[in-house]
Design a protein around this ligand. Structure first.
Ligand SMILES: Nc1ncnc2c1ncn2[C@@H]1O[C@H](COP(=O)(O)OP(=O)(O)O)[C@@H](O)[C@H]1O
Ligand SMILES: [Mg+2]
Length: 470
């Protein structure tokens, strides 16, 4: 036997006699003679007492171990009970027949039933009837796969109404590793879902508002476009109208003249009529009139073609085109609607071509030129300079104004949606944001800077086009 003096002993057991005291113990008890005389008898006693002592000691040891195990078990049970009780999530333990073995206080509170009344009931009875199949499925899958997570199921609440929960279900095993049932933990979905739903709704509203604003900006751009087109179309159309009126009048006169010839009028009378009707002037006038009309019609048709391109359908594909013409058209349109007396100096080499969607470039340029004009609001002679240079495989197109330039804190936010320093109704702060996106879409880049001698410079880098002839 080892030395057990340092062991904590349970209170009800006394320290047994030490083996080395056995001989004196026997002598004091005066029992030696009872087992026979002399040394042999005494030895037999000692042996018996030693055996007893050993057995007793073993007993004590077992008892100590048992007590320790008991204490640990009690502790574990108390811990389990406190965890069970204080868990906010609902918890149920089922046996291998899917019958309820234990539930925690949270589940009692939700269902309004005590553990005692639930114990032994089928687990599925906790749930709304329409969930029966889903519950069975969860239990079966947990048994098969070990665990199932995130099952949305509705517990029957105190009033019998369904109360949605998110459940996790895990298989549990006995000490021999055999399936012993499942443990199910669930969290109410109501709060979570309500919060999520309202967040979702707020997000949707925000998106809608944003879409609406982008739409407004696009409508404003379209408005500018239409105003530009109307202005452009007005010229050739009034030209065509005036010419057609003249031609109609001429037609009537020629007809009168031909009818007179047909009626046999001749000689001086016919000559006088010819003079009166100004037939010779008419004949000389017809060709230029027709040419002018044709030109006007051609111009109108070109404008319509431009409009088709510039109405910028989203699927517009990049093409090689001459930059100068698009710059001119964009500048014309902005400047004509503005009706102010600004100068736009364009230094774009003829024949310089880029590879990009034409409508997008037009749209970006209109935005930049409009911003440049806005920046110089109040300037009696605003000047906008547009130039382009080749740089490797790219063409850098710059739009420079002579306004106050971009404020230092504005530089960071320039391309953010809804950043504007303009009064309500004048700017939505989407022009540069949309332009930046458009440039990126076709592999271009839009950057802003302040010119060293004043004003802002916006640089649009575009992939160079292959075609290079005017
Ligand atoms: N040429 C410029 N000079 C100075 N500031 C500019 C210039 N262009 C743009 N900005 C600044 O960037 C802001 C955003 O421009 P933009 O996105 O086109 O929206 P908006 O023109 O509707 O304000 C403008 O409000 C202005 O403060
Ligand atoms: Mg703008």
């Amino acid at each position: 036997m080892g030395n057990r003096s340092d062991r904590k002993r349970p209170p009800m057991l006394k320290q047994p006699a030490r083996p080395e005291d056995s001989r004196s113990l026997v002598a004091r008890a005066g029992v030696a003679g009872a087992l026979g005389d002399g040394e042999a008898g005494e030895d037999a006693w000692i042996e018996v007492i030693q055996k007893m002592d050993a057995v007793y000691a073993e007993l004590v040891e077992n008892q100590v171990e048992l007590e320790a195990k008991n204490a640990a078990l009690e502790e574990a049970q108390a811990l389990m009970a406190s965890v069970f009780a204080s868990m906010a999530d609902v918890l149920a333990v089922c046996d291998r027949g899917n019958r309820i073995a234990r539930v925690n206080r949270a589940l009692e509170a939700v269902t309004g039933r005590h553990e005692a009344s639930l114990s032994g009931e089928p687990f599925a009875s906790l749930f709304a009837t329409e969930n029966a199949a889903a519950v069975d499925d969860m239990l079966a899958r947990a048994r098969e796969d070990g665990a199932v997570t995130d099952c949305e199921l509705s517990l029957r609440d105190t009033a019998g109404a369904p109360s949605p929960f998110v459940m996790n279900c895990s298989a549990r095993f006995d000490h021999k590793g055999r399936f012993a049932g499942v443990v199910v933990v669930g969290r109410p979905l109501g709060e979570l879902r309500r919060a999520y739903k309202s967040l979702n709704a707020a997000h949707r509203e925000l998106q809608e508002a944003q879409q609406h604003l982008i739409f407004s900006e696009k409508m404003a751009a379209l408005g500018r476009l239409v105003a530009g087109v109307a202005h452009e179309l007005n010229n050739p159309i009034s030209f065509v109208f005036a010419n057609m009126h003249a031609l109609k009048k001429y037609g009537l006169r020629i007809r009168t003249y031909l009818e007179a010839m047909n009626d046999g009028v001749s000689g001086d009378a016919l000559a006088a009529l010819r003079k009166e009707l100004k037939i010779d002037r008419i004949l000389a006038d017809i060709e230029p009139l027709l040419d002018g009309t044709l030109e006007g019609a051609t111009r109108a048709s070109e404008i319509v073609q431009d409009l088709r391109r510039f109405s910028a359908n989203q699927t517009e594909t990049p093409e090689d085109f001459e930059l100068l013409r698009v710059v001119q058209t964009a500048a014309n349109w902005v400047v004509k609607i503005a009706r102010s007396r600004q100068d736009v100096a364009i230094h774009v080499p003829e024949g310089l071509s880029v590879h990009a969607p034409r409508g997008a470039i037009h749209q970006i340029l209109v935005n930049l030129i409009q911003n440049a004009l806005d920046a110089m609001d109040g300037d009696p002679h605003p000047l906008i300079e547009i130039d382009a240079t080749e740089d490797g495989g790219f063409v850098a197109l710059r739009v420079r104004d002579h306004g106050p330039g971009i404020a230092p804190d504005g530089m960071q936010k320039l391309f953010e949606p809804f950043f504007t320093t303009k009064p309500v109704g004048k700017g939505l702060g989407l022009g540069l944001y949309l332009s930046f996106g458009l440039a990126q879409d076709f592999g271009g880049r839009l950057a802003a800077a302040n010119h060293e001698s004043g004003g802002a410079v916006f640089t649009l880098s575009l992939p160079k086009g292959a075609w290079h002839g005017a």
